[in-house]
Design a protein around this ligand. Structure first.
Ligand SMILES: NC(=O)c1ccc[n+]([C@@H]2O[C@H](COP(=O)([O-])OP(=O)(O)OC[C@H]3O[C@@H](n4cnc5c(N)ncnc54)[C@H](OP(=O)(O)O)[C@@H]3O)[C@@H](O)[C@H]2O)c1
Ligand SMILES: *[C@@H]1O[C@H](CO)[C@@H](O)[C@H](O)[C@H]1NC(C)=O
Length: 327
């Protein structure tokens, strides 16, 4: 476990100017991370994306109090739609020459919702939408002075075998199996992005249990059960909101998760290929890299060429929807 003091010490020594994009910054872990950045960076420029304008209005008010020296911009968008992802990225590219940090936490626990682009929203948000953002914004990340980092908040270190024949996973009823496959796909897609940008660091993290808005799409009974469980187990199991924000900010800024090329921290973490400082990291709620079992799952997937298959499945959908050949 990387202790909270280490995390906080690192966070209090951030560069004075950082530009960051938070997709899913209107609620939950993305929001806690965004607030941590506004607390610790003297002059942050922060873009955040989500659908809820009322949530964004409250957050903008809080941010201006928290750090009046920051520049804050909310872009309202339903990013389960790939065409909207492209529009959001165009808007950011119009205004910024570079970004240092891309944090993605868009997701939903509800299943069965189809988007107007014929996608399963649950899968689209975690896989297609996130891959589109990270590829579209790679040039801005590569143009950044100093820190260049992508963080995907989902289920790092929970990687499992991929048995599904399609990545929308509409028919996968066993949530644990679905999680293992989706986790692997997220990590393999970060590796795919890294092949295009060795000077950017990539982190897939599992945030632990965190009290957020993620249960809002459940039925009322399930919500009540979750609420009771949370109240009872909270002190033992739950990562407090502020700590969650600090830990994810650390993943987004610490030299431990350095890019393959460029300055290496003295204590770089082990990457997804088992090598120290190799640029793509799958990390648990304690800040530790996935161990041997996780690396073995990933290695087997690469040997089965599942990495190529995953990217191919995603690319086909991106091309179908946008009509543009994908990067
Ligand atoms: N909380 C946990 O204990 C936990 C544990 C393990 C993994 N995770 C994973 O961590 C990630 C973040 O979860 P969270 O708990 O922070 O959830 P959350 O509180 O529900 O936040 C999700 C964020 O995604 C945004 N979002 C969802 N659908 C969107 C859409 N169609 N278009 C644009 N934005 C959208 C939401 O914004 P709007 O509502 O404004 O659209 C919100 O900002 C998820 O992938 C989740 O599976 C969470
Ligand atoms: C805003 O930035 C200026 C210049 O760096 C600094 O002097 C001032 O203390 C900052 N204000 C706040 C509230 O942090």
């Amino acid at each position: 476990m990387v202790d909270l003091t280490t995390v906080k010490t690192s966070n209090t020594n951030l560069p004075s100017h950082l530009t960051a994009v938070f997709v899913g910054g209107t609620s939950g872990i993305g929001l806690y991370t965004l607030l941590a950045l506004a607390r610790h960076c003297a002059h942050p420029t922060i873009y955040f994306i989500g659908r809820s304008q009322p949530a964004a209005d409250r957050i903008l008010t809080d941010l201006r109090t928290l750090n009046p020296n920051g520049t804050y911009k909310f872009i309202p968008s339903d990013v389960a739609l790939i065409k909207n992802v492209d529009a959001v990225c165009e808007e950011i590219k119009r205004d910024e020459k570079y970004i240092n940090i891309l944090v993605q936490s868009q997701g939903t626990m509800s299943t069965g919702q189809e988007t107007a682009e014929n996608m399963h929203a649950t899968a689209s948000l975690v896989l297609h939408s996130r891959m589109r953002f990270q590829l579209n914004l790679l040039p801005l990340l590569q143009a950044a002075p100093g820190l260049k980092r992508v963080v995907s908040i989902f289920t790092g270190t929970k990687e499992g075998p991929i048995t599904a024949t399609e990545l929308q996973m509409r028919s996968l009823r066993n949530p644990l199996k679905a999680r293992g496959q989706a986790a692997s796909a997220v990590t393999l897609l970060l590796e795919e992005a890294q092949r295009r940008a060795k000077d950017v660091g990539f982190v897939h993290t599992y945030p632990g249990f965190v009290s957020t808005g993620i249960g809002r799409d459940f039925g009322m009974v399930a919500r009540m059960v979750a609420k009771v469980a949370e109240t009872v187990v909270r002190p033992w199991l739950y990562v407090p909101e502020e700590e969650s924000g600090e830990r994810n900010l650390w993943l987004a800024t610490s030299g431990r998760f350095a890019a393959e090329e460029g300055d290496k921290g003295v204590d770089a973490a082990v990457g997804t290929d088992g090598k120290v400082g190799s640029g793509v990291y799958t990390v648990d709620e304690k800040g530790e890299s996935g161990g041997e079992a996780v690396l073995k799952v990933l290695q087997e997937l690469r040997e089965q060429k599942k990495d190529e298959w995953v990217w191919d499945e995603i690319r086909k959908e991106l091309v179908r929807i946008t009509g543009k050949e994908s990067l």
